[in-house]
Design a protein around this ligand. Structure first.
Ligand code: BGC
Length: 760
């Protein structure tokens, strides 16, 4: 921390008192009509250079903030900084902006606070496995409060790109494959970051990113081209963004990727037609890092100047890094190629965010007004989020939960049993590994002296090919009552620019499983990873398997509680797990095809009759060597309880357009422990003017049931909930027949049906 900033917070607090700026300011100054007046008044005073300054975001990660940054802020040439998290430094930057620039416009201070600040929640994909908007909202709230202590008032989250390719490293940051689940959790995250009132202390502006289609990059290679037909774009990729916009998200980030030949940062169709005209978005659009200048690298433009022209006319209000707006935009306006009225509207979008955040009244951060970092409640939220995000994928003969009373010894083996940094996952710029509770430590403290816990790392890291320690591992397994194998991927193997073509367990981990298996003891694998992995080569060699994603700060505590039955697993997969990589993309809401596969039509490669090969395949849509089902389906996840669904019914056989039908079923806990279950509603529209998926998630509820308890789970469906974008790209609910299912995964077969008829 530079010395000259050390006592600034104290000075600024005094200043706040003397200038009558309240620390918590929710007042008429944030009234929307008033804000528009204030924007207009401010714009009237601004020079063109100052307007362009607002559109410029500068990297300020330098601890020793450069003189040129100070000068630029003073000259009104910077609207936002990112990556400065020293609160005194941020306060100093705000002071320069507010007191030394001509118009005193405060700064937006941005940072990637993706799944926690110091206290780290599970990776977003893990949070999505909780299917619990409340815990996701709470996690974002904790992240906002902690980030606010560093002077941050704007985060670049949630990332809500629909992700159906586990090779893509950024699937870790996503909320999975499904538009409905992603939309619900996206809204929860926006609410958690932004609270009820952005001007309150401890709320920060959110960003819906990356608009749009970034998750559909070719072969999951990060930054690669994306081709999505408009109908699929509207039905699958855009709904979460629409939901975030409706929830009042302050900003939207344009994607790096090329969408159907027009990179998103220069894509007027996305940024103006859909976002502004169709959805009425009132916030502002920020480019991704240097993605304005990358328009030339894509080959959309000849040079930076033309890139600026394309990005501005497409609707990118603020440029992140890159500096090309500040260097090239003024001359484009002076030449008359860009109208100043367009610039005014764009600057207004940015100023609106600053007014909504209450920054004009209260630009400074007073850390004493905020809760302590990693306080009890923050850690409890992280523990609960991890607990609900872990998915039990296999539990043969009820090998789990383990009983501390019955065991005398347990072998804890593997590279991720005691890896405090790795369990935090990707995008944890500020995450504090010192806070991590690892599984190894949590298990030890949970079982105390009752069970002898032996530990062997066995591999330096998950990528290691060295198997020298495997004999010792097998021996330790033989000498113990049960084996807990902590496997997976380190955090570096997922995230931005960290895609993989092979998504098996890396290194020699599968061999470690086989060797440990020879000991003949119960083997339970606990996998931490940033993506779904293909587990086909190990699944038959383990008795139990918990998939824990990268579970964050409190991940170890949650895993220990689940292993020893303090709590039952309740996570459900937010994304399909393929059997092998060649099945990708594989997702539950596929289209039916004209030749749908079924158990009767599928002939696998080793079943082909050598004597009559031409008769041997089923002529349907499947892979000879993989069939057509995934290893684990979307929505799947076991419990220590036993949940049974029956008696599904629709409240009406027929409803008119504009009416509601209730789909309900009986859910019973036939097990002998209390547990949470996530009940899911799926629907199929049998006939559409464009074909509809074989199943679509339309509702979910997390419920807690005592042993023996039965409840009626019901979901209300309005006919608007069944609307889709048809052939002419209009949103429409078509009369006709629908199937509806309720169950504990997308493979549920408990079905009813209803019909929609015209309203007249
Ligand atoms: C990422 C964004 C991120 C930005 C700022 C980019 O490389 O794509 O998601 O917000 O960097 O760190």
């Amino acid at each position: 921390m530079p010395n000259r900033h050390a006592s600034l917070t104290a000075i600024l607090c005094a200043l706040l008192l003397t200038t009558n700026m309240s620390v918590s300011t929710a007042n008429s100054s944030t009234d929307p009509a008033m804000i528009e007046q204030r924007i207009e008044a401010l714009l009237a005073q601004m020079t063109l250079a100052e307007k362009i300054g607002q559109m410029n975001q500068v990297n300020a990660s330098d601890d020793d903030m450069s003189d040129s940054l100070r000068e630029a802020i003073e000259a009104g040439r910077v609207g936002s900084v990112l990556n400065q998290v020293d609160v005194d430094a941020v306060n100093e930057l705000q002071r320069i902006a507010v007191q030394e620039s001509r118009l005193g416009i405060p700064l937006l201070a941005g940072r990637d606070v993706i799944h926690g600040f110091k206290t780290v929640m599970p990776i977003p994909l893990g949070q999505a496995a909780s299917w619990n908007p409340n815990i996701v909202r709470e996690g974002a709230r904790v992240a906002a409060l902690e980030a606010a202590t560093a002077g941050i008032n704007w985060t670049f989250a949630p990332m809500i790109d629909i992700s159906r390719d586990p090779r893509w490293g950024r699937i870790a940051e996503s909320l999975g494959e499904d538009p409905f689940l992603t939309s619900k959790l996206a809204v929860a995250m926006v609410e958690g970051f932004q609270g009820d009132d952005l001007a309150e202390t401890g709320t920060i502006a959110a960003t819906a990113k990356h608009f749009a289609g970034y998750g559909a990059s070719e072969s999951g290679r990060d930054y690669a081209a994306v081709n999505i037909p408009e109908n699929e774009l509207r039905n699958v990729h855009l709904p979460p963004f629409k939901a975030a916009v409706d929830a009042g998200v302050v900003s939207v980030m344009s994607a790096f990727s090329d969408l159907d030949g027009v990179p998103a940062t220069g894509n007027e169709f996305l940024l103006r037609k859909i976002l502004r005209e169709e959805w009425g978005f009132q916030g502002f659009v920020v480019s991704d890092w240097d993605s304005v200048r990358q328009l030339a690298i894509h080959g959309l433009t000849e040079n930076d100047r033309e890139s600026v022209y394309q990005a501005v006319t497409a609707g990118v209000d603020m440029e992140m890094a890159g500096q090309s707006y500040i260097n090239k935009l003024e001359s484009l306006i002076e030449e008359g190629r860009i109208d100043v009225a367009m610039i005014d509207a764009m600057v207004a979008n940015i100023l609106r965010a600053k007014f909504r955040l209450g920054l004009f009244e209260n630009p400074y951060t007073d850390t004493s007004a905020l809760p302590a970092i990693a306080n009890k409640q923050a850690l409890e939220t992280a523990r609960k989020a991890a607990l609900q995000s872990v998915v039990l994928l296999k539990n043969d003969q009820g090998v789990l939960p383990l009983s501390a009373e019955k065991l005398t010894s347990v072998a804890v083996i593997g590279p991720l049993a005691d890896a405090p940094y790795e369990q935090l996952g990707t995008w944890i710029f500020d995450g504090d590994r010192e806070l991590s509770v690892t599984p190894m430590h949590a298990i030890q403290s949970l079982v105390g002296h009752d069970v002898d816990v032996r530990y062997l790392r066995a591999m330096d890291n998950s990528r290691s090919q060295a198997s020298e320690a495997f004999d010792e591992a097998a021996e330790m397994a033989r000498d113990s009552d049960a084996v807990l194998l902590f496997l997976g991927e380190e955090s570096i193997l997922s995230g931005e620019a960290h895609s993989r073509a092979d998504i098996n367990l890396p290194g020699d981990q599968a061999e470690l499983v086989r060797r440990v298996r020879t000991a003949g003891k119960p083997v339970i694998a606990i996998i931490q990873a940033g993506r779904p992995l293909t587990l086909t080569n190990i699944i038959d060699h383990v008795d139990g398997l918990l998939f824990a994603w990268h579970p964050g700060t409190m991940g170890g505590a949650a895993i220990a509680d689940l292993l020893f039955g303090i709590e039952s697993p309740s996570g459900k997969l937010p994304v399909t797990f393929p059997r092998m990589v060649g099945q990708i993309p594989i997702y539950y809401s596929r289209k039916n095809t004209g030749k749908p596969p079924s158990p009767d039509t599928v002939v696998l490669i080793d079943e082909i009759d050598a004597h009559a090969p031409q008769l041997s395949t089923g002529m349907t849509a499947y892979h000879l060597d993989a069939g057509y089902t995934p290893l684990f389906a979307f929505g799947y996840g076991l419990s220590y309880a036993e949940f049974d669904y029956e008696h599904i019914r629709a409240s009406a056989r027929e409803i008119r357009l504009g009416e509601t039908v209730t789909i309900s079923a009986e859910l019973t806990n036939n097990g002998d422990v209390a547990a949470d279950e996530v009940a899911q509603l799926y629907v199929r529209d049998l006939v559409g003017n464009v074909t509809r998926p074989v199943k679509e998630l339309k509702g979910f509820k997390r419920l807690r049931l005592e042993p023996g308890q039965s409840v009626t789970v019901d979901f209300e469906l309005h006919t608007d909930d069944l609307a889709f974008f048809g052939r002419n790209m209009q949103l429409i609910t078509e009369p006709g027949d629908f199937h509806a299912w309720i169950g504990g995964s997308s493979e549920t077969e408990l079905r009813t049906q209803f019909r929609i008829i015209d309203s007249d």
